[in-house]
Design a protein around this ligand. Structure first.
Ligand code: NAD
Length: 485
């Protein structure tokens, strides 16, 4: 009932950094899944381009190994895998030197969709854009895909936008935020704008508050040097949580097209109030047993970078005046769990008398684990014991209603790469959105840096520092539990 695979146009997809972690972990396994699903037409090709020297056969082996490693347990049909690997080429290219560019220019076809995925360090984005232009490789409607981080503050993001804009039009630039590729995130828009049920209630008159949580169990070991210069605010809030907030808070766009949607998201970012320091809690995970502390992982014994942040935001517009948005994200927390929870207000009057446990409608949108939605409604507890109320979830996980194929939805990366080939920018961040998010972020970071603020230590495996609980408790609210399932 669900699957309607529409093959995309023939394409040449060049993955700069095609031997790197992201390419091996996400992009190439994702492409293989799309190939198996029948979405890649026979003429489509994928060209790995990176600094190390390999021939096609060696690169195919690298990709074969990556698929075995990062698709564990998946039933990989050997014939299909061989057919997919046949589509791969490899060209050694140096973003900063002359090597490989003539070869790449001779390989890329002009009569297919061209996409160039910049899966390399952001410091190379400008070099790649310039080289593609100089060697006349990219056709006028070629697409480039850039990964996060997109700058580390407003100035650097603006400089990056300006560099890319020298060689590519905004309609050609796809800034990836893989959270936007998640099935449930798009379902949030479908549920909000495809039903009359929710939209009339989606405002400060009926919504008490909104919580957005992205919790991880991993620490920063292995990427401590990068992370310590970023912290949770720059690494997660400015991009992923901000995007989730925008989709939750935005006005209905006039139509589901890229600029209509992104215009509405931009308005949300611009409507964000500055956040006073009292509404921000920063934390840093401590050591536990033989597990190192944040500072050890970051190899910076004096680090004041946050591995956890919780904050209360206000979107200053008619719809949301008076309804706070609580954001929370951190490393080494109790479970890997991400969700948006829309917590509705209490019924104005209880006809059932004094009820000690407050009952509330809550709509939760789970990004992980088990992508799906739940709508908690209050019903009568079954049995003869009088009118006792209980909250139960109406499971909107869709799989049962839509059949087993609904469970085989593409993961975020594979969906987004296919959107690039289709030329659909709806789920990608526009340059002005990214800059607006930094313009809001920068003063908050500057304020705590200037004040010499030090993050609160927290025990790994918990929900973060106690102060984050207080952020809610002091207003009679509570965070939802962080649970793996
Ligand atoms: P990586 O270090 O594993 O790989 C980097 C790749 O770039 C390699 O293929 C390398 O050969 C290539 N490269 C390096 N210098 C080059 C040069 N001068 N010319 C051409 N190629 C060169 O990095 P990664 O983890 O794959 O990350 C790639 C990008 O994706 C980064 O911007 C990173 O921030 C972003 N990202 C990664 C992840 C992830 O899970 N790994 C997640 C989100 C974003």
């Amino acid at each position: 009932m669900v699957s309607r695979i529409i093959p995309v146009e023939p394409f040449d997809l060049v993955i700069f950094g095609g031997t790197g972690d992201l390419a091996r972990r996400k992009i190439l396994p994702g492409l293989f899944r799309r190939f198996v699903a029948g979405q890649m037409p026979p003429e489509a090709r994928v060209i790995g381009a990176a600094r190390s020297a390999h021939d096609d056969a060696e690169y195919r082996q690298i990709v074969r190994d990556a698929i075995a490693e990062f698709m564990p347990g998946a039933e990989v049909d050997a014939g299909r895998l061989d057919a997919f690997l046949e589509r791969l080429r490899y060209i050694a290219v140096d973003a900063r030197g002359a090597e490989g560019w003539a070869d790449l220019a001779g390989t890329i076809r002009d009569d297919v969709v061209q996409a160039f995925y910049f899966s390399v360090a952001p410091s190379l984005f400008g070099d790649l854009a310039e080289k593609l232009h100089k060697h006349e490789i990219a056709s006028p409607d070629a697409r480039i895909v850039v990964e996060k981080p997109f700058g580390r503050d407003l100035d650097s993001a603006r400089a990056l936008n300006d560099t890319l804009a020298q060689h590519f039009d905004e309609t050609q630039i796809y800034r990836i935020d893989h959270y936007l590729g998640k099935e449930t995130v798009q379902n949030l828009m479908a549920v909000r704008f495809g039903n009359v049920l929710f939209e009339p209630l989606w405002n400060s008159q009926y919504v008490d508050h909104i919580q957005i949580t992205v919790a991880e169990t991993v620490g920063v070991a292995g990427r401590g040097a990068y992370y310590d210069r970023a912290g949770a605010m720059r690494d997660m809030v400015q991009n992923h949580l901000m995007q989730l907030l925008c989709l939750t808070a935005m006005e209905p766009p006039s139509r589901f097209n890229p600029d209509a949607v992104r215009d509405e998201k931009l308005k949300v970012i611009r409507a964000l109030d500055p956040v006073p320091p009292a509404d921000i809690v920063r934390g840093q995970y401590a050591a536990e047993g033989n597990q190192p502390s944040y500072r050890t992982d970051a190899e910076n014994p004096d680090s004041t970078t946050e591995s956890f942040i919780a904050m209360k935001l206000h979107v200053s517009n008619w719809r949301w005046a008076g309804t706070p948005f609580y954001l929370r994200t951190g490393k080494r927390l109790r479970a890997r769990a991400s969700e948006i929870a829309v917590v509705f207000k209490d019924a104005p009057h209880s006809i059932f008398g004094e009820d000690k446990n407050r009952h509330r409608n809550i709509l939760t949108i789970r990004l992980q684990p088990n992508e799906g939605m739940d709508l908690f409604v209050t019903i009568k507890e079954p049995g003869p014991g009088g009118m006792r109320l209980v909250d139960v979830p109406l499971d909107m996980t869709f799989a049962e209603a839509l059949g087993p194929e609904a469970q085989e939805v593409p993961d975020a990366y594979e969906r987004l790469v296919m959107d690039v080939i289709r030329g659909n920018q709806t789920l990608f961040m526009r340059g002005d959105e990214v800059q607006a998010a930094w313009a809001w972020t920068d003063p908050l970071v500057e304020a705590w840096e200037e004040a010499g603020d030090r993050p609160h230590p927290y025990e790994p495996g918990t929900t973060g520092p106690e102060e984050a609980q207080m952020l809610m408790h002091r207003e009679g609210r509570r965070w939802r539990e962080i649970r793996a399932a």
